[in-house]
Design a protein around this ligand. Sequence first.
Ligand code: 8X3
Length: 249
Amino acid sequence: MNKIACITGASSGIGFATSKALADLGYQLILCGRRRERLEALQQSISLPSYILTFDVRNWSEVEQAFQSLPMEWKNIDLLINNAGNAHGLSPIQEGSLEDWDAMLHGNVNGLLYVSKMVIPEMIRREQGHIINISSIAGKQTYANGNVYCASKAAVEALSQGMRIDLNSFNIKVSNIAPGAVNTEFSAVRFKGDLPRAESVYQGFTPLDAADIASLIAYMVSCPAHVNLADVTILPSAQASATQIKKVL
Ligand code: 8X3
């Protein structure tokens, strides 16, 4: 029987590329996101069966209803990729907006918890499973104006460790991936559609792309059962830290 993977934030970027990579490995996919048309386009490009769940990770009742609506044959999730999340704004703490803070904390932290809460009980019952949380270099190193985004990703780092400890006795692997600069819609969302500013983030060096993270995930899930790549930081070769990138402009 094919394994089932559930990917949040599957409609774009790392989630989209990871869905494709996992389909290539033979996973049946539960594709989660807010943009149904994009998920349907992704579904059509995948040959194995997949199931679409449309919800906002920030809304507990939407998350609960979505997972409760899964048909029986889709309930045994083997692999959960907690990918949904974003940055909103890049401002000094004294200038940050409540709206941006709530979007990041509710999406990056609460959202990860809500989805995990719906998936973990079946993994515990079956005493098997793998959860991969997408964190960030920003969760390991706080940078100027990153304040709340960095805090949200530091929370993801802590939750990956906490989940690994609490789920250890149930044979559930928990892995954490901390990417550096990945050229996706990330900066366009952070800078609220200011595309020239977003593009400048990735100029002068070769950033990672979503497929690089998807390849890493494909490798991680293909490791033998006794191997867990527990915490992987993945950076472009030009990047040395959260803030140091060798650029040639
Ligand atoms: C994305 C990477 O360095 O822009 O999480 O925070 S960074």
